[in-house]
Design a protein. Structure first.
Length: 107
């Protein structure tokens, strides 16, 4: 992000504060409560203790090689959405976790 400062006789451009958009992670319910428990830690007030490094590595079409690596540093969950409990539906049960983070590194 660039911030424009008005100087005497000329304007200056300086680096401003960098802001990142939240990352949304979705997966089918697999019987693990790890994402919920992480969000619950933040909900209960322990944001500092809940911050973690998260690595996202999408695979190629054959699911054999990592295409790219994103590291979200000091990440913490801001929202958790559990599956819709509809006994008449035929949809796959999904859960969603929204992450905020302090720094992004790409490898």
């Amino acid at each position: 992000m660039v911030t424009r400062y008005r100087g005497v006789g000329r304007d200056e451009l300086r680096a401003g504060r960098i802001r990142y958009r939240d990352v949304v992670l979705r997966r089918g319910v697999i019987g693990s409560r790890d994402l919920y428990l992480w969000w619950s830690q933040v909900r209960d007030g322990d944001v500092v203790g809940a911050r973690r490094a998260v690595t996202v590595q999408p695979l190629d079409e054959d699911h054999t090689e990592v295409v790219m690596t994103w590291r979200l540093l000091r990440a913490w969950p801001t929202k958790y959405t559990g599956p819709t409990l509809d006994a008449t539906g035929q949809d796959v049960a999904m859960e969603e976790l929204v992450l905020a983070y302090g720094r992004l590194e790409i490898e």
